[in-house]
Ligand binder design. Structure first.
Ligand SMILES: Nc1ncnc2c1ncn2[C@@H]1O[C@H](COP(=O)(O)OP(=O)(O)O)[C@@H](O)[C@H]1O
Ligand SMILES: [Mg+2]
Length: 342
């Protein structure tokens, strides 16, 4: 099936994302993103991870100015909005409640339809923002802080999970290794930047051994932990002296593992339109190696812009656009919070 996002006219939606620690709002007009505003929450850095209660309080503080700015940047008034979309889940309950309550309040006050969006489906559809002609089905390696999945996308409303992590997510592996190395949260981007000057083959670590298209990262993380502990026992300055090489090697290990499973999925399904999405798809090493593999395998690739990789409301707006077209609206009384299981 080919759904051509750019042929669809005259729908303007406001989308709100608040699943974790970013408060975001976006306006989409006729399937084009016209504003994309995000307020990050630096407060979590000092705790080495997201503190749910602090995240929901920060969402409460940020949501009005973020929505206001998204409307202003798009030069759109609330009257001109045809519907209000929000992230239904998965995510932190308190964080989701802020975005969903705000969206429902606004929908009630303005008497506009409401669209509930699954955060993971939005990641998987994020590439359609800039590649509206992407043919279905495509495969998407979805790699974020909470999820690692290979998804077969049959259409914007029909997706199948072909494989998923049985423990940690790829982003979690990046963040946990970064913590072991004494880097602040979120460590993924810092591993990425340190890896640029390192030798990716300096150190090697075992990859998770799970069958089929599933992933496992917990053994890898533990192996890195004990490797660092032993090395630091012998030389207290080991991490300091070898930071770039450790980061490059850790990153290489994660990338090779992710891409080997993605290649297996492409061979099994015979699909050659392949995408990456989610926070970890911002990783420069992954983007580069993915393109290399694509050349070898004759894949057509789809990689979202950096701003659409990590959590954002533009992808919620894109996913909401398709649901709005399908008349797939939420009700004000819907108090459920989605999971990706189907
Ligand atoms: N350049 C990068 N390299 C590796 N990991 C990254 C990079 N940028 C972001 N990440 C990771 O992406 C994850 C966040 O993904 P995101 O989709 O924004 O959030 P969530 O997991 O809440 O959906 C974090 O684990 C973060 O470390
Ligand atoms: Mg995300």
């Amino acid at each position: 099936m080919q759904i051509n996002a750019k042929n669809v006219q005259n729908i303007t939606l406001l989308a709100i994302e608040s699943s974790c620690d970013d408060t975001a709002a976006s306006i989409i007009c006729n399937a084009k993103i016209v504003s994309n505003v995000i307020a990050n929450q630096d407060i979590h850095q000092q705790y080495g991870g997201v503190v749910p209660e602090l995240a929901s309080r920060a969402h409460q503080k940020n949501i009005v100015p973020v929505v206001d700015m998204a409307l202003k940047q798009a030069n759109v008034s609330l009257d001109a909005i045809d519907g209000i979309a929000y992230t239904q889940g998965p995510g932190l309950l308190g964080s989701l409640l802020v975005g969903s309550s705000f969206a429902k309040g606004l929908a009630l006050a303005l008497n506009k339809p409401l669209v509930a969006v699954n955060h993971l489906e939005a990641h998987v559809l994020s590439l359609l923002i800039d590649s509206p002609d992407t043919p279905f089905p495509y495969l998407c390696l979805l790699v974020s802080g909470g999820h690692t999945e290979i998804v077969k996308v049959n259409s914007p409303s029909s997706m199948e999970i072909l494989g998923r992590t049985i423990d940690d997510a790829a982003g979690e592996a990046f963040d946990k290794v970064a913590k072991i190395l004494g880097l602040p949260y979120p460590g993924g981007p810092l591993i990425d930047s340190n890896a640029k000057n390192g030798d990716p083959h300096c150190f090697s670590f075992p990859s998770g051994k799970v069958p089929n298209l599933d992933f496992s990262f917990s053994g890898f993380k533990t192996a890195v932990l004990y490797f660092i502990k032993d090395a630091v026992k012998k030389d207290a300055t080991f991490v300091e002296q070898n930071l770039s090489n450790i980061c490059a090697s850790v990153q290489q290990n994660i990338i090779t593992y992710l891409l080997s499973k993605l290649k297996q999925a492409a061979l099994q399904t015979k699909i050659k339109h392949i995408a990456i999405a989610g926070g970890v798809s911002a990783n420069l090493g992954l983007r580069t190696e993915f393109l290399k593999m694509a050349k070898d395998q004759s894949w057509t690739t789809y990689i979202p812009k950096l701003e659409y990789c990590t959590d954002n409301a533009a992808m919620i707006a894109m996913a909401a656009h398709f649901k709005f077209l399908d008349h797939n609206m939420a009700s004000l009384g819907d108090g459920s919070f989605a999971s990706f299981d189907r």
